[in-house]
Design a protein around this ligand. Structure first.
Ligand SMILES: Nc1ncnc2c1ncn2[C@@H]1O[C@H](COP(=O)(O)OP(=O)(O)OP(=O)(O)O)[C@@H](O)[C@H]1O
Ligand SMILES: [Mg+2]
Length: 389
């Protein structure tokens, strides 16, 4: 089974380094490896010590780098949507520049890169695909949105489309703006479907997220929240990577204090994230750049563990044979979890995050009996009979 490994974490902690190191190890293990970058700063190419074009190119034996050119990908795949928004903006008297800015909305770049990833996955060419993600998994959470919209879109779109066609001339006269043509609506549907497919891929059995952090209080606090939210949205996290760990030793009091403080945080990380494996990378005396330095980082990081072993962790969401719904919510506090039922959907709020779960057919008509948060799992039980309302 081909594997998709996503690296995320707070800004600057070493995501790109960890992703590149993992990709180099994979290629050197003889696995056909693609590493995808979503960031326009080209730091993945810099880290690998290469200059990358916009097409996937082989940068070391068996290692291919795809630095996604988001503007081009957008033109190619979603040109209709782009033209439409551009036209609409102009009609509304907004600058052309604003229309261009649409494509640099937060997350847009990465979403486009992930859509490209889907093309690669379809090709079935790669044993391992490594993705250097944006900080704090913002985009991965964003991908849960189409899931929530799906239900509505599926139900509303066909009707909405008919309505739109009938009303178009009227809207045009009254509002003096263009109404999307079928072609644009079609592109919208295609985008929506694409997002669902990407999400399916990234939450699928071959995919896992690796959470990168440094042993510091602020970073740790954010990593804990990221773990909870990723799980809420159905992503499997399979390892935690602690980067920039000061090697012990030396008489310098400044260094001794750092070593002691980090040791405390590392113990806490181990406790917080158990049973996830914790891999550590020492703070090196130089930036690890180029395949050899990265391979050394990779070896230090994974030690004896096999970074590409088939995943064993259960998916975060499952229905037990007894008809209980189990949703892994590691590190969530009882007070921040809320549950609501709306028709055949279950709405789960954790702090400021919300997931709208379409219940499987077997549970959709059964009222919720009770729900508890226990040992990192939200456990929802349903009444045995169907409801009459
Ligand atoms: N263990 C380490 N020892 C020394 N330098 C490191 C180590 N890990 C990363 N670096 C260096 O720290 C810098 C930031 O690392 P990196 O680019 O991997 O972080 P990032 O999380 O991808 O950052 P961003 O959020 O900006 O994408 C780079 O210059 C990298 O070479
Ligand atoms: Mg980076």
């Amino acid at each position: 089974m081909s594997r998709i490994l996503l690296f995320t974490g707070k800004g600057g902690v070493g995501k790109t380094t960890a992703a590149a190191a993992t990709a180099v190890l994979a290629a050197r293990a003889g696995l056909k490896t693609l590493v995808v970058s979503t960031d326009t700063a080209h730091s993945l190419a810099d880290t690998l010590g290469v200059t990358a074009g916009s097409e996937p190119g082989e940068v070391a034996p068996g290692l291919y780098l795809h630095q996604v050119d988001t503007q081009r990908a957008l033109e190619r795949q979603w040109g209709e949507l782009r033209d439409y928004t551009r036209g609409l903006f102009t009609e509304l008297g907004l600058d052309e520049v604003t229309a261009e800015e649409i494509t640099v909305l937060p997350g847009a770049e990465e979403v486009i890169a992930l859509l490209e990833l889907r093309e690669h996955a379809r090709g079935g060419l790669w044993d391992v695909m490594v993705v250097d993600c944006a900080p704090t998994a913002e985009t991965l959470r964003l991908l849960a949105l189409p899931e929530a919209l799906d239900w509505h879109v599926n139900r509303l779109l066909p009707a909405g489309r008919r309505l739109l066609r009938t009303l178009a001339p009227l809207i045009r006269r009254v509002a003096r703006v263009s109404v999307p043509e079928d072609r644009v609506v079609g592109a919208g549907e295609r985008l929506h479907r694409g997002l669902l497919e990407v999400r399916e891929l990234l939450t699928g059995p071959g995919a896992a997220v690796r959470l990168v952090l440094t042993p510091e209080a602020v970073v740790l606090a954010e990593a804990r929240r990221t773990l909870t939210s990723l799980s809420l949205y159905g992503y499997r996290v399979d390892a935690v990577i602690a980067n920039r760990v000061f090697p012990a030793g030396g008489a310098d009091p400044w260094r001794r204090r750092w070593v002691r403080a980090q040791a405390g945080h590392l113990a806490e990380i181990e406790r917080s994230f158990a049973p996830l494996p914790l891999h550590t990378v020492p703070y090196l005396d130089a930036e690890p750049v180029g395949p050899d330095a990265l391979a050394a980082v990779g070896r230090a990081m994974y030690g004896e563990a096999d970074p590409f072993a088939p995943p064993t962790a259960a998916p975060p969401l499952r229905v037990t044979p007894e008809g209980e719904l189990l949703l892994a919510l590691p590190l969530a506090e009882r007070g921040e979890v809320n549950l609501a039922r709306k028709g055949d959907e279950l709405i789960v709020d954790v702090g400021s995050w919300r997931r709208v779960l379409a219940l499987p057919a077997a549970l959709a008509r059964r009222p919720v009996r009770d729900a508890v948060l226990r040992e990192g799992f939200l456990q929802v039980r349903f009444e045995s009979g169907g409801s009459d309302d």
